[in-house]
Design a binder for this molecule. Structure first.
Ligand code: PRX
Length: 676
């Protein structure tokens, strides 16, 4: 643990906190005039005195086959059960129920990366037809049924939400893997979820290149089989229907082009399954502190209620809006706030295939102008990149945002102000939404027509969420003290994952063990949710998030486990030891730097550095490409043999390494510094 100036031990989170209080901004009156939620009573209604029944307000935004009998069952903490006894179908809520009023309205706008390709607008009626046909194919051709798991490794095309909704219609649990991830990473998720079917796409565009994506399916299936999980069928959507765009050949009897089989099911209709509120809707894998990614298991009723409610009140989505969340559906943001939340509210949701800055930094604003997007949702990473390469681009385009979101990492106040002044043209409200894969939906954010905005701060807990900051011993820090500690959510909420797939023990250990007051208690007050982030609370009750307190690196808004990266580096035969640390990066927030020591007798070389970098990209995906690979003579270690990552991080970021005299090998620090 590092020491502060007084010589006392402080936590990692506490070091960073010397910010000045930022100015606040009032929501524009034009926004308030049309907002879904302007009534301050909502804060009272969702106050602790009305918990858990307050969440009925969200559940009532859905259609239920059977209404629930109990709002929250706490009998087996921390396995909370929401809307017990209720039955519903997520696909029905996102598609069928909108037909009487909105069948001719666009559900999805698919924006291909090449600008000479027309934007494809799909109505709710078309979505309904396609989802039904594909659901029938899943049922009859693949033999899939309620409760089965299916892995999706799909890029950002309209076929991805179609596939998810078709699964949801039948009660099949989907597990979508980010398309940028490697075949190997996909295989690990196939194995963990026990999927027999993989659904992919032949190709997609990225930065002007049509990438062969099918090649990853071959690797995924082969690797999964090595680990004992056989994939019987690979379904391949085509980027250009009727034309196969990958170079990789099909495997006879295993690979099937969706568009070849689909004609058999033209016009087919499948009744939506009546799912229990507590049935699993999907798995979303995320990095943790140990190597193995964990499958956050999300429910049907609680999750759908929570994402629908927050999409309405925080995202301010109305059916008339054109809503564009520029995240990838391969992450939780895309599941909750491109697909399930917006579609449950009958919005028109934009699916963008490309890279925001390709072919130039004006692209997002051209899309916004063409589609008349009025709600825009992205990450600090994208905002930083657009600001760096095209600071004056937004002014050139005639679009009108009423609402903008930032999500995924803390946003620097300077960057926030550019977003507000230049992208939003001072007319759009901004919400900075803090949450996680595990939490299903937002935890902290302003309610956009009610609260003032404050650059760099997410805001108070959203309605029905009661956050608090605890010190390392579990004592609450005084409210509004601006002191850093670990943020927890004191209460359960409907969007929270149910468990980690097949690993209840890890779920309890990771999120509850640390601060549980009494393991035998069935009172939720004794079970605060440990988010793993450091945060401070200002006197106005706004939370400012400082970042992860465990060893997970947040690259461009995506969590990568250091252990995962280190194990990948160790696959290079020359490497003896590896340690990965986060280093601040002006665009991506953090970049992993990899420190490796070589096996005896091996000479350092540029080739080895390259090999490490390539292996990380191949094993995990290009997102894991290190900022730098350092070949060091040895790792700085404590006397008990633990690698001192803090020292490595300080060297890599050009900071003072502090006191290293207590190390087992202090002399090595100077040698490492000389490599900088
Ligand atoms: O550290 C927090 C950061 O991202 C982590 C969650 O990452 P992931 O599960 O991949 O989900 C990202 C999208 C919800 C959090 O533990 N984080 C997320 N949103 C914010 C944030 N940090 C600061 N401000 C945010 N708005």
């Amino acid at each position: 643990m590092p020491e502060d100036k007084s010589g006392e031990n402080v936590t990692e989170a506490q070091i960073a906190v010397h910010w000045k209080e930022e100015e606040t901004y009032a929501p524009p009156t034009s926004f308030i005039a049309q907002a879904n939620m302007t009534d301050e009573d909502v804060l009272e209604r969702f106050g602790e005195q009305n918990f858990p029944n307050c969440f009925k307000e969200y559940a009532d935004m859905l259609d239920w086959y059977e209404y629930w009998t109990k709002t929250l069952d706490t009998s087996k903490p921390p396995f909370w059960r929401w809307f017990v006894g209720g039955k519903l179908n997520a696909c029905y809520n996102c598609v069928d129920r909108h037909l009487p009023k909105y069948k001719n309205k666009t559900a999805l706008h698919f924006v291909p990366e090449p600008e000479n390709e027309a934007i494809h607008h799909m109505t709710y009626q078309e979505l309904y037809v396609k989802v039904n046909e594909f659901a029938m194919l899943l049922r009859d051709f693949c033999g899939l049924k309620r409760g089965d798991r299916v892995t999706l490794h799909m890029p950002m095309t309209a076929e991805l939400p179609i596939t998810m909704l078709a699964c949801a219609r039948l009660g099949i649990i989907h597990s979508q893997v980010f398309s940028g991830f490697s075949g190997k990473a996909c295989a690990d998720r196939i194995v963990d979820s026990g999927s027999h079917v993989l659904i992919t796409e032949d190709a997609y565009y990225r930065s002007g290149k049509l990438l062969d994506h099918k090649v990853k399916a071959d690797i995924a299936v082969a690797e999964a089989e090595k680990e004992g999980q056989k994939v019987d069928k690979v379904l391949i959507w085509q980027r250009y229907p009727g034309k196969y765009s990958a170079k990789t050949p099909l495997v006879e009897g295993r690979d099937f082009i969706v568009n070849d089989i689909l004609p058999k099911y033209l016009g087919a209709k499948v009744e939506p399954e009546k799912m229990n509120s507590e049935d699993v809707l999907f798995l979303m894998y995320t990095s943790g502190t140990t190597g193995k990614p964990k499958g956050a298991q999300h429910s049907t009723g609680g999750y759908m209620a929570y994402v629908t409610g927050t999409s309405k009140y925080i995202q301010d989505i109305h059916p008339e809006d054109v809503y564009w969340c520029m995240a990838d559906i391969g992450w939780i943001t895309g599941h909750s706030y491109i697909v399930y939340g917006p579609l449950a509210l009958a919005a028109s949701s934009v699916i963008f295939e490309g890279v925001p800055t390709y072919p130039d930094a004006g692209r997002p604003w051209r899309v916004a102008e063409e589609l008349d997007v009025n709600i825009f949702h992205t990450s600090p990473t994208a905002i930083r990149a657009l600001r760096r390469v095209g600071p004056d681009e937004p002014a050139k385009y005639n679009y009108n945002f009423k609402h903008m979101t930032t999500v995924g990492e803390p946003i620097e106040p300077e960057v926030w102000r550019w977003y507000y002044n230049v992208v939003g043209k001072k007319k759009a409200v901004i919400v900075d939404t803090w949450w996680q894969t595990e939490t299903g939906g937002f935890l902290c954010s302003t309610v956009p027509a009610i609260h003032k905005m404050k650059p760099g701060s997410a805001g108070p807990g959203v309605p029905g969420i009661y956050p608090e900051i605890l010190d390392d011993n579990g004592q609450p820090l005084p409210r509004g003290s601006n002191k850093a500690g670990n943020i927890v959510i004191r209460n359960p909420w409907p969007g929270l994952m149910q468990t980690i797939w097949h690993d209840d023990e890890r779920f309890v250990r990771q999120y509850y063990e640390r601060y549980c007051a009494d393991k035998n208690s069935t009172d939720w007050h004794d079970w605060p949710y440990f988010a793993g982030d450091g945060a401070v609370e200002a006197p106005d009750g706004y939370f400012r998030i400082l970042g992860r307190i465990d060893d997970v690196i947040n690259v461009a808004g995506h969590r990568l486990g250091t252990k995962e990266l280190e194990s990948a580096a160790l696959m290079v035969p020359e490497i003896g030891e590896a340690a990965v640390v986060p280093v601040p990066d002006p665009i991506k927030g953090r970049l992993p730097h990899v420190f490796v020591s070589l096996k005896p007798g091996i000479q350092a070389s540029k080739e080895i550095e390259q090999k490490v970098s390539d292996t990380l990209a191949a094993e995990i995906g290009p997102i894991a490409k290190p900022g730098r690979v350092w070949i060091v003579p040895d790792m700085p270690k404590t006397r008990s043999g633990k690698i001192m990552r803090r020292v490595l991080a300080a060297v890599a970021s050009g900071q003072d390494t502090g006191d290293t005299t207590t190390l087992a090998n202090p002399e090595v620090v100077e040698k490492i510094k000389s490599l900088a």
